[in-house]
Design a protein around this ligand. Sequence first.
Ligand SMILES: Nc1nc2c(c(=O)[nH]1)N[C@H]1C(S)=C(S)[C@@H](COP(=O)(O)OP(=O)(O)OC[C@H]3O[C@@H](n4cnc5c(=O)[nH]c(N)nc54)[C@H](O)[C@@H]3O)O[C@H]1N2
Ligand SMILES: Nc1nc2c(c(=O)[nH]1)N[C@H]1C(S)=C(S)[C@@H](COP(=O)(O)OP(=O)(O)OC[C@H]3O[C@@H](n4cnc5c(=O)[nH]c(N)nc54)[C@H](O)[C@@H]3O)O[C@H]1N2
Ligand SMILES: [Mo]
Length: 769
Amino acid sequence: MSTIKEHPNPENPEELSGLKITEPKEWAAGIPAVWAAFKDVLEEENPMRGMRALLHMNQKKGFDCSSCAWPDPDDDRSPIAEYCENGAKALAWEATTKKLTPEFFTSNSVYDLAKLNDFEIGKKGRIAQPVFLAKGATHYQPISWGDAFKRIAEHLNSLESPNEAAFYTSGRTSNEASFVYQLFVREFGTNNMPDCSNMCHESTSVALAEVIGIGKGTVTLNDFYDTDVIVIMGQNPGTNHPRMLTALEKAKQNGSKIIAINPLHEAGLTAFKNPQTTKGLLGISTQLADVYLQVKINGDMALLKALEVLLYQHEQENPGTVFDHEFIQSSTGGYLDFIHNLQKYDAATMAAEAGVPLEQMQQAADLLKHTNKIIICWAMGITQHTNGVDTIKEIVNLALLKGSIGKPGAGLCPVRGHSNVQGNRTMLIWDNPKPESLDKLKEVFDFEPPREKGYDVVEAIKAMHEGKLKVFFSMGGNFLQATPDTTYTAEAMSNLKLTVHVSTKLNRAHLVSGDESIILPTFARSDKDMTNGIAQIVSCENSMGVVQQSVGNLEPVSDQYLSEPEIVCRMAKATLANRSVINWDRYASNYDFIRDDIEKVIPGFKDYNKRIREPGGFYLPNIVRDGKFKTSKYGDKAEFSVTGLPSHHIADDEYYMTTIRSHDQFNTTIYGLDDRYRGIHQERRVIFMNAKDIAKAGFKAGDKVDIYCYYKGKERIARLFVIVPYNIPERNTATYYPETNVLVPIDSVADKSNTPTSKLVYVKIKPHQ
Ligand SMILES: Nc1nc2c(c(=O)[nH]1)N[C@H]1C(S)=C(S)[C@@H](COP(=O)(O)OP(=O)(O)OC[C@H]3O[C@@H](n4cnc5c(=O)[nH]c(N)nc54)[C@H](O)[C@@H]3O)O[C@H]1N2
Ligand SMILES: Nc1nc2c(c(=O)[nH]1)N[C@H]1C(S)=C(S)[C@@H](COP(=O)(O)OP(=O)(O)OC[C@H]3O[C@@H](n4cnc5c(=O)[nH]c(N)nc54)[C@H](O)[C@@H]3O)O[C@H]1N2
Ligand SMILES: [Mo]
């Protein structure tokens, strides 16, 4: 068995690269964003290749940007630039002509590669052929596709139970690949399908499914252009969904107000210079947030309660003018219980608990008071907390009070992460599928799908650690770095007999493997997929439920790639052979056949092959948008929830730490070492602290420290970080993910969604040793 002792670096090396600090920016985008968009593309050996792809990105006949899940405009799209700076970086990263030859793997041992940091590993180039790491070997070596599938099949078929294998999905996998993937996994016999959603918007899916009846958002892009107030909680659109700023700008021009709720003053919530307009390029900015509530980490529940109490007071003063009683009466259940619970709280205490001055809470309540055209957006600052599910239910409570749901210009907008993470779930990538979905699979394919719940991410890691899992298959992603508790997860992954990664580029998860490891290279979004001599189409679903085609236009840098659907089909054929009732060759020959079957199983995909070819794609049905709800408690009515406050106890020398994304990364992929808007350059190992806390603890700016977590008595350490004084509430700190994932305890998860609590870890900070 290989051990992590042989692969000493499950984490990034602890070394600093030279921090430079500038003033945090008060606005996002502008000329620096235009420059940054082109910089990475132009630095490539063949910049014209990247430019050609950029012109094709997010066009109606083009490919879907592989960065975030923010939707493209339904109608007019800019013919030359329907993308953002970070989309361009994502493209430059995958469209590189650099590739990893067999010689690369001969001259670099796994041990050597693990000494590099994530930034350096990613820069090495595209994986060009399947490679294999034999048991006890120090180097990967080329392997043929046939031999790779044979080996995977042997491992899978030698398991005592299909439940000894787990099949992970990261959120870029297309609908077509996702559908055949889950079909294979279920025919093989398990629901062990952990996915990146488990670490991302799972809290959203759980909460919304329960209280409104659909685990997805309820607004469309057009709602943003016709609304009065947009609330943005725990989300940093300037960095993670930059094209949302264009929608926010348009909303502001149409008279909307914005309330931002965030412990940090993010440039992208403050103001925007639209680089696609002359005005923006001349440096004229649109102010975004009208009210900026600088909430304490996880103070959101208290903040929402403060808002609701204030609105309730206004409602009592002027009955019928603040709450939408007609809607509450006709479309919701549980209102009286909710009000009864709300009466326990008072606004001043709640505001103090949230860390926000009461006057500012009042300003926010004033904006919300007399309109029901309210959109509430949220992302990881809300979901990745112990009480993430409850906070989202409280967001829904607020929307229900105001009747701000299922109407034009109003609704819930969980902003998804990965470009097809929502589509993955729609395609049944789920450890906990609904019985009716499994019934449908059975009806259409005539095999008995497993009924028992599978492992989610955290459960899978624990099962690996306990030796219950033997094979781990990863469709994209970087399981080791994205998951919590890096050392524990590395130990867990080293226990496996076989790890397989379908990937475009090398990452650290490929370096801390089971006894044997296989990496299977595949097309990136921008690559032309000519499987079986046909220009194949795949499709993705964005954050607002629009399904759209994606067709790459770049010549792949290697002729050895197989597409994700073909990889699944060949693995299925090799593994299940004549045990299978499915014609895998047919699926791989033309993805139209996959779409034909998706249409039979999944509601909303009627005429899939026809509609996916229509420019701009199509909207999936959304019961709430159609004015309906479905809840187990109240039938066709939405549910008011009764929630409580989280309880936190920290010692005198402890702090709250949240983990955030820099402007130069996509999750675990590091594009560069800068975080331009926050004024951080050339370093990622920083800890943002309040100046008062720094002084109180006897530190000073620039001090080198180690960060400790003592969750349930176990010590976890992240070494060598530099203190940066920052505008953040007292006793709150922030660091970049994934460097501090080593501190996120595997047992610290959100209630009901089991999402790791990456947005709140209690830490101690000590001088670096
Ligand atoms: N360029 C780029 N785009 C991306 C990604 C990327 O890494 N890079 N990742 C993609 C993915 S998978 C996802 S899920 C999304 C993530 O998008 P976001 O959710 O925007 O990403 P984060 O940086 O994790 O943090 C969100 C914000 O939450 C705030 N925050 C932290 N703790 C709290 C809290 O307790 N309460 C509140 N109210 N706010 C808090 C942080 O200050 C930060 O502004 O972006 C997607 N798009
Ligand atoms: N502390 C902390 N931890 C977090 C978070 C946090 O905010 N804080 N956020 C969580 C969230 S929201 C998410 S979504 C997860 C992300 O978890 P993952 O989705 O597992 O991680 P990524 O970094 O997006 O995966 C990047 C890898 O995907 C592969 N890849 C890239 N493009 C393609 C492609 O087109 N096809 C294939 N097959 N592979 C490709 C490359 O090998 C690349 O290295 O991390 C979670 N972890
Ligand atoms: Mo995510």
